[in-house]
Design a protein around this ligand. Structure first.
Ligand code: ADE
Length: 250
């Protein structure tokens, strides 16, 4: 897979590329990341990529010409283009799985107050937000999207870890413990020391469901509306919700 990143700040990605999982995926050729400096496509001596917004208002936006030339330099039209912006649809794990199936993704990093609307109209990127807050630029969001996709590529991390993690079954992940068995008086739950795989599985599912009900009731609603969800998960959710109504969580 290849990511083409159009940015005014290619150096921003230095640390990201050194991350263990990412650098391993790069050196084993599972992914390529091509950083394209938007300033190389300017024509003035100041290499300026931003300008005031027509109609007035605070802040600068990215000019269309250098962005369009940068996009054309990699024949972006017709390819999957992603523009991270707080105005976009909220990114989630399902979208990460979809992007992981695509061979080439172009990401436009905006800065300041955004990019000229005509780039959006002409190149039709997916406008994607990584959450309801404003970043000063799209580079951190581009890193978030790349990270979440690259770790799903075959062979980048163990399939088992992917299966167990949060969102893979629509639920938040259960609590995890490692050695020592007792830490500052707090003991690892007995069931996890029992070696009884079936009971461990049940305990983990119960904890996952309890955590999701408390923290992300919206996810519970989506799971209950999803016809592909296993009957075990559905039944356990119903049971825990009934118990909650009578006892409350402990
Ligand atoms: N750029 C600025 N804020 C953003 C956000 N919340 N998500 C994606 N890109 C952004």
């Amino acid at each position: 897979m290849i990511f083409q990143i159009i940015t005014l700040f290619p150096d921003f990605f230095k640390g990201f590329l050194e991350n263990t999982i990412i650098s391993r995926a790069l050196s084993s050729n599972k992914v390529r990341i091509n950083l394209i400096d938007c300033r190389n496509f300017t024509k003035d001596k100041y290499r300026s990529c931003d300008d005031y917004t027509y109609g007035g208002g605070a802040g600068m936006i990215i000019k269309p010409e250098p962005l369009a030339l940068a996009l054309d330099s990699i024949q972006a039209k017709g390819k999957k283009i992603v523009y991270p912006t707080p105005l976009g649809v909220v990114y989630n794990q399902k979208m990460a799985y979809e992007y992981a199936e695509i061979k080439e993704i172009v990401i436009i990093c905006g800065r300041y107050e955004g990019i000229d609307q005509r780039i959006i109209d002409l190149y039709k990127p997916d406008e994607v937000s990584i959450g309801d807050y404003i970043l000063s630029g799209s580079e951190p969001a581009a890193s978030v999207i790349m990270d979440s996709v690259i770790r799903l590529l075959p062979g980048v991390i163990k399939g088992e870890s992917l299966k167990e993690e949060s969102f893979s079954n629509g639920l938040l992940e259960y609590p995890q413990y490692t050695r020592p068995e007792i830490f500052r008086g707090e003991k690892v739950p007995n069931v996890l020391l029992s070696g009884h795989h079936e009971n461990i599985k049940k305990w983990r599912l119960k904890k996952s469901i309890e955590k999701t009900i408390m923290r992300r009731p919206d996810l519970i609603e989506s799971i209950m509306a999803d016809s592909n969800i296993s009957s075990e998960i559905r039944k356990t959710i119903k049971k825990i919700m009934e118990e909650e109504l009578t006892d409350g969580f402990n």
